[in-house]
Design a binder for this molecule. Structure first.
Ligand code: FE
Length: 140
C-alpha cells in the first residue's frame, strides 16, 4: 500500500499506484502509531470526492470528480477519534485544462504517484463533535 523512509519525527511516504489516499494514510498512521501530526504532499489522481459543509443547514454536500488530475496540494492534520486515526485532509488538484478544483477531501484514487511527508508530533490530540458548527473539532 505504501513505502516509506524515516527521518527523525518525519516520514517520506510513497503510496502505491491505484490505492485510495485517505485509507492508505490512515493505515500508515495506525502502523506507525502516529497519534498527532501533519501531512502534506503532491501526486496524480483519477478520481476525488470532496465534501462541502453548508454552515446554514449543517448538511454535507459531496461531489466526485472522475478525471485525471494533478494534486497541486494535499495538506492536513492527524489526530485520533474513537480509538482510530482521524485525518482532516484538504486537497487542491488541477485538471487537463489547468483549472483547479478542491475542498475537504473524503477519498482520492491515485493514478500515477502520491508522495507525502508526514510529521509526527509528541502530543496527543483527540476529536469531539461540536453541535454548534457540525464539525469534529480538536478536543484539547
Ligand atoms: Fe475540512
Amino acid at each position: 500500500m505504501y513505502k516509506y523512509r524515516t527521518s527523525g519525527d518525519k516520514f517520506v511516504l510513497s503510496l502505491d499506484n491505484h490505492v485510495e489516499i485517505s485509507a492508505a494514510l490512515a493505515a500508515f498512521c495506525e502502523q506507525l502509531d502516529i497519534r498527532c501530526g501533519a501531512v502534506y504532499g503532491i501526486g496524480a489522481i483519477s478520481e476525488a470526492t470532496f465534501r462541502f459543509l453548508d454552515p446554514a443547514t449543517k448538511g454535507y454536500v459531496d461531489k466526485t470528480f472522475s478525471e485525471q488530475m494533478e494534486i497541486t496540494n494535499l495538506t492536513g492534520n492527524i489526530s485520533r477519534k474513537d480509538g482510530k486515526p482521524y485525518l482532516h485532509l484538504h486537497l487542491t488538484c488541477s485538471r487537463r485544462d489547468y483549472t483547479c478544483v478542491g475542498g475537504h477531501l473524503l477519498t482520492a484514487r491515485i493514478n500515477g504517484a502520491c508522495e507525502l511527508v508526514v510529521e509526527r508530533f509528541s502530543c496527543e490530540a483527540g476529536r469531539r463533535f461540536d453541535p454548534e458548527t457540525g464539525l469534529n473539532l480538536y478536543d484539547f
